[in-house]
Design a protein around this ligand. Structure first.
Ligand SMILES: Cc1cc2nc3c(=O)[nH]c(=O)nc-3n(C[C@H](O)[C@H](O)[C@H](O)COP(=O)(O)OP(=O)(O)OC[C@H]3O[C@@H](n4cnc5c(N)ncnc54)[C@H](O)[C@@H]3O)c2cc1C
Length: 452
């Protein structure tokens, strides 16, 4: 069915006004009056939502709190199920040009014993690659695309959502300019998608007593180091266990040296679970206290101490998430990405699941008779799946192989193959792929989020 409101939103201008008048005449109050889609947050998810909506004929507006867009953050992995979505948006070539196509993942114990190795991306038979990329560079790419497709005015920077008032046919949105605390003009929206991250103002208003994110007590120290291209290969390296881990992967070719920019994360338990975290994605910290903890953490291609020492800057961020929500959608307001389901960065699914939300919400808005029906279908598709991933990541996700290896074979003399059979390790890897939606066969069989 071609919804009336969708076709109205596609045409804009005079036709839109005619359609609006037409809509007013309709007894059922549906029609063309709910065409204004507001996306709160211009991160990876907000921008992918805008692009996905544009591709199916909508003209959404993105409201982003920061005044000036800058490529913040370090590395993220975009797994094949999200690369499929970016491919359907026509971005595959640009994405691959920006990052590194990952071909292998290896888990090791801290003493170097290999626990599990699997091929990744196309090397694992996927139709789509897995791409490791700088988070900020991907965000800038998406911003450029949104502006090209929807116009420069489609992303309003310096617009932080302060509060909203829900009503029958949408919401009134109050924005402030955080740099001056000045109130900006209120905006009426017929559909609101809260993609404003882990500290979502939309979520906070829907769940005012929820409080701050939950901290596992683990701090993530992150940085990037330029490495010779051959030293690390297109691989993800995961080592240690939940109290002390090292993870790393290349995210870009360094144009100056021709080497690779290697993204690394040192996880250290620094507090009891449930403590109050200090949070800021860009909190620079001193690397000196980190170094002694990683003495002797070195394998043929990687020396962790060296890598941390050679990194330009080190950032610290707490490993936080939030409990799954009983509902995302309230009236015509819903949530997506980290606003909906912030999860521990385990299993590389944070940005990936948000990209799937973006595509799904656009698909359902394009193929439903009313926004209410669309948001209901969107939530039915996405909420339980992502809640399960949040909870699975709390129980270590695919990194469970490291927990089991550490528990059963802490003594270097223990034969890992005896105490931790390979079939059990394979099952853990496979189960996670099914839960997170990237088993290669199931992924190829899944229906597309591009409407016919
Ligand atoms: C600055 C920054 C750096 C990051 N760095 C990394 C990293 O290095 N590695 C990693 O794995 N993940 C990182 N992340 C998180 C990662 O981007 C997300 O987990 C994932 O991409 C899902 O993205 P999202 O769009 O849902 O949320 P986010 O990426 O958090 O984007 C949310 C956006 O909403 C905006 N916003 C927040 N509040 C409001 C408001 N009230 N009104 C309007 N806009 C608002 C924010 O400024 C932000 O642009 C970072 C996030 C941020 C914001």
């Amino acid at each position: 069915m071609q919804p009336r409101w969708r076709s109205a939103s596609r045409i804009g201008g005079d036709a839109l006004r005619r359609a609006r008048q037409d809509g007013k005449k309709k007894k059922d109050n549906e029609g063309a009056s709910y065409v204004r889609i507001a996306i709160i947050g211009g991160g990876i998810v907000g921008l992918t939502t805008a692009l996905s909506l544009a591709r199916v004929g909508f003209k959404p507006v993105v409201y982003e709190a920061v005044r000036n867009p800058t490529p913040l953050g370090v590395g993220i992995n975009v797994l094949p199920h999200a690369v499929r979505e970016l491919t359907e948006l026509g971005l595959l070539e640009k994405l691959v040009g920006l990052g590194v196509a990952i071909e292998q993942l290896t888990y090791r114990m801290a003493d170097g014993r290999e626990v599990w190795t699997e091929p990744r991306g196309r090397a694992a038979g996927y139709e789509w690659p897995q791409v490791a990329v700088h988070r900020g560079h991907l965000q800038m790419l998406l911003l450029e695309e949104v502006r090209a497709v929807l116009g420069a005015d489609s992303v309003r920077f310096g617009h932080a959502l302060g509060a909203f008032r829900l009503h029958d046919k949408g919401a009134s949105l109050d924005f402030i300019d955080r740099s001056t605390d000045a109130a900006l003009a209120s905006v009426e929206a017929d559909v609101v998608i809260g993609a404003d991250g882990i500290h979502s103002a939309v979520r906070k208003q829907l769940y005012p007593t929820e409080g701050i994110p939950k901290w596992s007590g683990v701090s993530l120290f992150r940085g990037t180091t330029v490495m010779p291209r051959d030293a690390v290969g297109p691989m993800m390296h995961w080592t240690g266990h939940s109290r002390q881990k090292f993870a790393g992967y290349p995210i870009a070719i360094d144009p100056q040296s021709g080497g690779v920019l290697f993204n690394w994360i040192c996880d250290l338990r620094t507090a009891e679970p449930g403590s109050t975290p200090r949070e800021d994605w860009n909190r620079r910290v001193d690397r000196a206290p980190l170094l002694p903890r990683y003495e002797n953490w070195s394998w043929p291609s990687i020396d962790v101490q060296q890598m941390v020492s050679d990194s330009q800057e080190v950032f610290e961020f707490p490993m936080v998430d939030r409990d799954p929500l009983p509902r995302w959608t309230h009236g015509r307001v819903t949530l997506a990405g980290d606003a909906a389901h912030p999860m521990y960065p385990i299993g590389s699914n944070g940005a990936t699941q948000g990209i799937l939300d973006a595509r799904a919400v656009a698909y359902y808005l394009a193929t439903s008779a009313t926004p209410e029906e669309a948001l209901e279908r969107y939530e039915a598709d996405r909420r339980e799946k992502t809640s399960r991933i949040v909870l699975t990541n709390r129980a270590h996700g695919p990194d469970k192989v490291l927990e089991i290896a550490a528990a059963r074979a802490a003594d270097p003399g223990t034969d890992l193959a005896t105490v931790f059979p390979m079939a059990e390790r394979a099952q853990i890897a496979q189960d996670y792929k099914v839960i997170a939606g990237f088993d290669p066969t199931l992924l190829s069989e899944r229906a597309s989020y591009t409407p016919n």
